[in-house]
Design a protein around this ligand. Structure first.
Ligand code: FE2
Length: 285
C-alpha cells in the first residue's frame, strides 16, 4: 500500500529513524527563487533598526521584544560574530544575518507558494498529521566563516504540543556538507523522551524547563550531507544539530515546522500568533 506522497518504505524508515532524506525534492530553480526572494527581503531590512542576534548557544539573548513578537512577522536576526567590538557590522548585512523568521510562509507570496503545495500536503498527510498547521518558517543563512553552530536539540522543545506532533521540513537551498555546517542527527533518537521545554515566563522572558535528564549521546550523531534540493524530514523528538560554517561557502536552507491542529498548544510556548491571524493549514493560501 502506498500512502499519499510517501511510500510505505519511506514511512517505515521515518518511523524507525525519526528522519527521512528525500533527494531532489525541490527543483534547483525553486531553490534559486527562494534565495533570490530572501535577498530581496534583506535589501528592505534596515540593519540599524534592529540588532537582534540569534544564538542557539546563548538563548537568553533571544528574549528581546523583537524576537518574542516575531511569530507572526518577518524579522531578521544576526549572527553573533557579525559585529565588531564597537557594535558595527564587520561585513555587509547580506553576509551578517543568521536567519529570517518566523512567518515567511504566511506573509511572503514566494515563500507561501513554496510552502503550500499539494505535494507537501500529501507528504505531511503521509506522516500522520491529521490537521497539519504550518506554524513556523525560517530562512537560515549559515554564512561563510561566521555561520554559528546550532546545538543539539529536539524541535518539540520549541514547538510543544500535547501530545507531541511537530514535524520539521528542512530544505537544502545550497549543498550542505561537513565543512559548511550540514545537519547531524541521532538515528532512532526520536524514541527517547523530550528533554526540555522552552517557555515564556510570566515576566515576558524565556527559559528552558528541564523535563528529563537523559543526555543526547554525542557519539551517536551522524552527518546528513545534502545536495541542493534535498528535503530532510525531522520528527519533533529527533535530536539534531548543525556545526558552524568555517568554509568560504554559504549554506542556505529553508525550514518549515508543522504541528497537528488537533493537539493542544500550550499558551506558554514561545511562538505566539495574533488571534486574528492564526497559523493555518495547506488549504488556505
Ligand atoms: Fe531544529
Amino acid at each position: 500500500m502506498t500512502t499519499p506522497g510517501l511510500s510505505t518504505d519511506q514511512r517505515t524508515r521515518y518511523d524507525r529513524d525519526g528522519f527521512l532524506v528525500i533527494e531532489d525534492f525541490a527543483e534547483p530553480a525553486a531553490c534559486d527563487a527562494l534565495m533570490a526572494r530572501a535577498a530581496e527581503l534583506v535589501e528592505t531590512f534596515d540593519p540599524d533598526a534592529s540588532r537582534s542576534v540569534f544564538s542557539s548557544v546563548r538563548q537568553d539573548q533571544n528574549s528581546d521584544a523583537y524576537f518574542l513578537s516575531s511569530g507572526d512577522r518577518i524579522r531578521f536576526f544576526f549572527e553573533e560574530d557579525a559585529f565588531d567590538g564597537a557594535g558595527r557590522l564587520k561585513q555587509p548585512k547580506t553576509l551578517s544575518l543568521n536567519k529570517i523568521g518566523h512567518a515567511l510562509h504566511d506573509l511572503d507570496p514566494v515563500f507561501r507558494a513554496f510552502s503550500r503545495t499539494p505535494r507537501l500536503a500529501a507528504l505531511v498527510a503521509g506522516l500522520g498529521l491529521r490537521d497539519p498547521v504550518l506554524l513556523q518558517s525560517m530562512y537560515i543563512f549559515k554564512q561563510p566563516h561566521i555561520g554559528g553552530e546550532v546545538v543539539g536539540h529536539q524541535d518539540a522543545t520549541y514547538l510543544y504540543t500535547e501530545p507531541t506532533s511537530v514535524v520539521g521540513l528542512w530544505f537544502a537551498l545550497q549543498d550542505a556538507a561537513l565543512d559548511n555546517g550540514c545537519l547531524w542527527v541521532i538515528p532512532g533518537g526520536h524514541r527517547g523522551p523530550l528533554r526540555k521545554r522552552f517557555v515564556r515566563t510570566p515576566e515576558s522572558g524565556l527559559r528552558h524547563v528541564d523535563l528529563d535528564p537523559t543526555p543526547f549521546p554525542d557519539d551517536a550523531y551522524v552527518p546528513l550531507e545534502a545536495r541542493k534540493g534535498t528535503l530532510v524530514v525531522l520528527h519533533g523528538l529527533l535530536p539534531h544539530r548543525s556545526g558552524p560554517n568555517r568554509s568560504d561557502r554559504s549554506r542556505h536552507a529553508y525550514s518549515l515546522h508543522l504541528v497537528d491542529g488537533t493537539c493542544a498548544y500550550p499558551a506558554d510556548n514561545w511562538l505566539r500568533r495574533d488571534p486574528a491571524f492564526p497559523a493555518r493549514g495547506f488549504g488556505i493560501g
